[in-house]
Design a protein around this ligand. Structure first.
Ligand SMILES: [Zn+2]
Length: 403
């Protein structure tokens, strides 16, 4: 069971004495630790730039392609305020726009990511006309997303929720309702209808909503139920209270009862092997659904399940697959940051810092090299994104997912 992860070599949090080198009693990082983070960020950025020269010229996506690199630089610009990062974001998003898929509509694996990121980058450069053009192009995809009798799935990577995220990203980055919430509500309505339809047709469960991807009922954040319900529980995205209570809550509860005795969750309904601790499959992705359920339904049991997820991540989250976001320690550490931001408990900030220290030794643990070794979701860009987010842990959000 443990063969997919390294044994966690770090002692766990033991009160303020264990964190002195990392942060003070108010959670402010020490100047030493900030220095360490910053120098690692610079070093890895240089390695990434060198590696990207040999990258796949035709991958536009945020997941493994140019838009993901642009998103990293936009993030660095937002944190450091440095214009040169914005110029880099511009350079990479322009590469991405030259090779759009023309087929996939999502933020991570399709055209909505490049278009949304381009709209934001041009907006920040005060090139309003170009920014508006990309927003219009982004909104042109909306019709096909809300159409119900299409084969479009509902999950994050290839489906409706992955398009919804792109719209919410634009509004978040603009700081205004640049895109009317009506557009988002229509997507949530379509996702609800689609989930009700499958639930009644398949009768797989007592869950009033059900979703599939490639004929499997996935559970995790990337392809499955937990990712979809995370969005359906965001009040600002337009799901009304009545629907949330009658349809979403019992569907969330259905996911909750799939929990293994370890506290982890299966990748698919019916899978009995408890071996994946990834953002894409397992507790590091399900934790966001649980936190959101706790926030809106105010029931202690969701928080308890989220605590259990965090334990699983701490013990089994240093993966042998590499250092990335989708299935690696950088992505897994965001679960600790989400728990820190929910509870204020320094244990979780400590654990995120320890996973960052693991990433300081990038490449030295004998991990496998991913197919896209410098990309945002599989590779080095994602690790840099996480280390930069740790500089301001209170604002940290899992990229291309957390709203
Ligand atoms: Zn993954």
């Amino acid at each position: 069971m443990e063969s997919r992860a390294f044994r966690n070599p770090y002692p766990d949090y033991e009160g303020p004495a264990s964190t002195q080198r990392l942060f003070d009693s108010a959670g402010n990082l020490t100047s030493d630790f900030i220095q360490q983070l910053q120098s690692k960020i610079s070093e890895l950025l240089q390695q990434m730039e060198n590696g990207l020269i040999k990258g796949d010229e035709t991958d536009c996506t945020s997941y493994t392609g140019w838009a993901g690199i642009a998103l990293l630089y936009l993030h660095l610009h937002n944190i450091y305020g440095d214009q040169s990062f914005l110029q880099k974001a511009l350079q990479y998003i322009n590469k991405s726009l030259k090779c759009l898929t023309g087929r996939v509509v999502t933020f991570l694996c399709g055209d909505a990511g490049p278009l949304a990121i381009a709209a934001v980058v041009y907006h920040k450069l005060q090139r309003t006309q170009e920014s508006d053009t990309y927003i219009n192009q982004l909104l042109q995809l909306h019709q096909s997303v809300v159409k119900l009798n299409s084969r479009l799935p509902d999950e994050m990577l290839y489906g409706r929720m992955g398009y919804l995220y792109a719209l919410s990203f634009v509004n978040d980055q603009f700081g205004t309702e640049k895109i009317s919430l009506q557009y988002m509500k229509q997507i949530c309505d379509a996702v609800i209808s689609s989930g009700e339809k499958l639930s009644s047709r398949k009768r797989v469960s007592k869950s009033p909503l059900m979703y599939e991807w490639y004929q499997e009922y996935y559970v995790g954040a990337a392809h499955g139920l937990a990712g979809i319900y995370y969005f359906l529980m965001q009040p600002e995205l337009g799901v009304d209270q009545d629907t949330a209570v009658k349809l979403v809550k019992p569907s969330v509860d259905y996911v909750c009862q799939l929990k293994f005795s370890s506290g982890n969750y299966p990748p698919c309904i019916g899978e009995s092997r408890d071996n994946l601790v990834h953002w894409c499959h397992g507790s590091p992705g399900v934790i966001y659904m649980l936190i959101q359920a706790y926030k809106i339904f105010k029931e202690e049991r969701y928080l308890q399940d989220a605590y259990d997820c965090a334990e699983v991540i701490w013990h089994r989250g240093l993966l042998k697959k590499g250092y990335g976001l989708c299935h690696g320690p950088a992505g897994n550490a965001y679960g600790f940051l989400a728990m820190y931001n929910l509870t204020g408990d320094k244990k979780y900030l400590y654990r995120a810092c320890k996973f960052a220290e693991w990433c300081f030794d990038y490449g030295k643990h004998g991990c496998r090299t991913p197919d896209s070794p410098f990309s945002l979701f599989e590779g080095m860009a994602g690790t840099i994104y996480f280390l930069a987010d740790l500089l301001q842990p209170r604002k940290a959000k899992f990229p291309a997912f957390e709203v």
